[in-house]
Write a protein that binds this ligand. Structure first.
Ligand SMILES: Nc1ncnc2c1ncn2[C@@H]1O[C@H](COP(=O)(O)OP(=O)(O)OP(=O)(O)O)[C@@H](O)[C@H]1O
Length: 352
């Protein structure tokens, strides 16, 4: 019987980062001024008002859906908000607005953490432990299993990840020679799937790997999705042709917004509808990333950006006042000119 799986849906996610403006230092050269000047200045200066918090809109109304048995790839240029979205989906960040549904129902963060695994971009492993020891250590920490069951779980994981041949090799690091980069990445993934999660979220699982190792990782994730019904959500930079074929759907992001959400074929059609013809031998995802400027709607500017650009409420009133002043001044000048002309005509006519 087919496992039910988890359908993940994020609706209208908005995430802003607040930062405080730095207060200007009043007396940068205090040391060079005389005491009296400082006292005078201190008396004159009023306490500075608390600076208003500034914010950056990192995710703008993001809506996406990831299905079980499938891979959803999040792609986009650097700074598009891919990692932030993954952190939101993994429950590590709380967005200001938006909802998060699992199988169409709201779910609490603690429960979601139990049924999901989140693999970060950086491998955090003990270099002196072997691959098998790493899994045993993690299993003992995360699972409450009897030794025999625990060993069988570790062995099946080694098998699933294709790591049986390096089970007794040290992880290693820059100084100690250990497993390869691709194998190290598989160990990192293994740590987060040891509890057999239904949802697996991975931030750039192929970064720093050669194309063959990258393909092997995505192929392994595809098998995980297809054989165990896992929902796989990952972010990726420059996926190759063969990798793109393994994605069930693609979420194209730029500047915190979603530009496309659908299959790779739908992405081709979307590009075509925008007048962008895919050149021969060019990877569709890379082509789409290069074309984000064209894909962005012209009026995609959020309120805060408008404010930054001078279209906020405050600026609107300032513009109204300037316009009123300008019209009054223009009418005054017109009146003066008219009076002068009348006076000239009267003088010419000899009238007083
Ligand atoms: N905590 C934070 N403080 C300041 N800026 C942040 C923070 N988190 C995210 N950002 C900014 O939000 C934007 C999106 O960041 P994010 O890491 O999600 O992008 P990304 O698409 O994953 O980029 P990359 O592909 O380069 O990893 C970036 O401009 C980043 O500088």
């Amino acid at each position: 019987m087919k496992k039910q799986g988890c359908e993940i849906e994020a609706v209208g996610i908005n995430y802003k980062i607040y930062k405080h403006r730095t207060r200007r230092f009043s007396y940068p050269f205090k040391i060079f001024t005389t005491t009296t000047t400082i006292v005078e200045q201190e008396e004159q200066s009023e306490p500075e008002p608390e600076p208003e918090p500034e914010f950056r809109h990192v995710l703008k109304n993001v809506t996406c859906r990831a299905k079980p048995w499938e891979i959803l790839a999040i792609v986009g240029p650097s700074g598009a908000g891919k990692s932030t979205l993954l952190e939101v989906l993994a429950g590590r960040l709380t967005p200001q607005t938006g909802s998060f549904l699992v199988n169409q129902k709201p779910i609490n963060k603690t429960h979601f953490k139990k049924i999901s695994g989140y693999v970060t971009q950086k491998d955090t492993l003990f270099p002196l432990l072997t691959v098998q020891e790493t899994f045993i250590f993690t299993a003992k920490l995360r699972l409450n299993l009897k030794p025999a069951i625990l060993n069988s779980r570790v062995n099946s994981l080694l098998n699933e990840l294709g790591l049986t041949h390096v089970a007794s090799t040290r992880i290693g690091d820059d100084r100690i020679r250990g497993v390869s980069g691709g194998e190290r990445r598989r160990v990192s993934i293994g740590i987060d799937v040891i509890h057999d999660p239904q949802v697996l979220i991975l931030d750039e699982p192929t970064s720093g790997l050669d194309s063959t190792s990258a393909l092997q990782i995505i192929d392994m994730l595809k098998t995980m999705a297809e054989t165990q019904g896992r929902t796989i959500i990952l972010s990726i930079h420059q996926p190759g042709f063969r990798i793109v074929k393994l994605f069930n759907s693609v979420l194209l992001m730029a500047d915190g917004s979603v530009l496309h959400h659908g299959t790779v074929d739908q992405l081709s059609l979307h590009l075509l509808s925008m007048g962008l013809l895919l050149p021969l031998h060019v990877n569709i995802v890379e082509f789409a990333i290069d074309a984000v400027e064209t894909l962005q709607p012209p009026r995609n500017r959020s309120e805060d950006v408008m404010k930054e650009e001078g279209f906020g409420e405050e600026s609107r009133w300032r513009n109204v006042v300037i316009m009123v002043c300008f019209i009054t001044f223009y009418r005054f000048i017109s009146y003066v000119v008219l009076r002068c002309r009348c006076s000239c005509i009267c003088l010419k006519e000899g009238l007083t």
